[in-house]
Design a protein around this ligand. Sequence first.
Ligand code: NAP
Length: 313
Amino acid sequence: MSLTAESHRIPLSDGNSIPLLGLGTYADPQKTPKGTCLEAVKIAIDAGYRHIDGAFVYYNEHEVGQAIREKIAEGKIKREDIFYCGKLWNTCHPPELVRPTLEKTLKILQLDYVDLYIIELPMAFKPGDALYPKDENGKFIYHETDLCATWEAMEACKDAGLAKSIGVSNFNRRQLEMIMNKPGLKYKPVSNQVECHPYFTQPKLLEFCRQHDIVIVGYSPLGTSRDESWVNVSSPPLLKDPVLNAIGKKYNKTAAQVALRFSIQRGVVVIPKSFNPQRIRENFQIFDFSLTEKEMKEIEALNKNVRYVELLM
Ligand code: NAP
């Protein structure tokens, strides 16, 4: 049986659906040669991926868009086969900036719409050209905005057809409730993208989101790239974990495949990043085996409640 991500989707509360596996595209722009992301996305699409996770602040959205457009031109896929998630950056929370920011992303992608547009973080930075505005002491300059007003502008983007679905990222329960209890709410967030993997399983947030029909999209599902500039590397490397490796041996799978399978089996969408052809394909081979209830429990017990991505900002 040929497996493609299209056959492994889960429904969203607004009637759309999301592929359980997507390709993450964040890589340090200083260390990643131009064109690497373009090639990776094309390889991923050939391998069967239909969900791509990107962002304006990853500085490679133009390459993602080009890869998608080239694959459409080749006749490999149609636009509607692809699920692209873009993100609203912290400097663009004021409601009047939301639509122009999404339009800028669409211009970069050279696409007419994104499938999912999410508020990347619940706090705002000072609007302006600097994406990470800092004062003379090197401290971030925050900006007071009303998340509910930002959300209303997101709703307007959905109504305008620029985003098929809208969601959030890095929101805790209180922040989700604030949106959901907003007077006059038109659309609730369909998803919340948060760190989620065997060492940080998010049981409470997952349960809350399940109850409210909000899909969790798990970022850093393999335990990150361990880049010390933004990752807490005092937490041990996930993929070296003996339990994940032992279970992998049983199925002739790698620890990475076991970690990804664990998440999708809990209904958590995963967006592993790889720009390596072999690992892109490897990460897709998770639909041809399943973990037993006992193995799921064993992996759940690995939870350390420690984030790799501390989001110190
Ligand atoms: P990740 O997907 O957990 O790990 C990526 C690292 O694992 C890379 O160094 C990659 O290297 C390596 N890798 C990939 N497949 C592997 C395999 N099969 N075996 C061994 N190593 C493997 O980490 P992430 O990039 O932090 O998270 C994934 C995506 O989530 C990001 O790219 C981004 O799209 C999203 N994200 C969102 C937020 C947010 O705030 N919303 C935050 C962080 C991340 P190679 O490329 O060399 O394979």
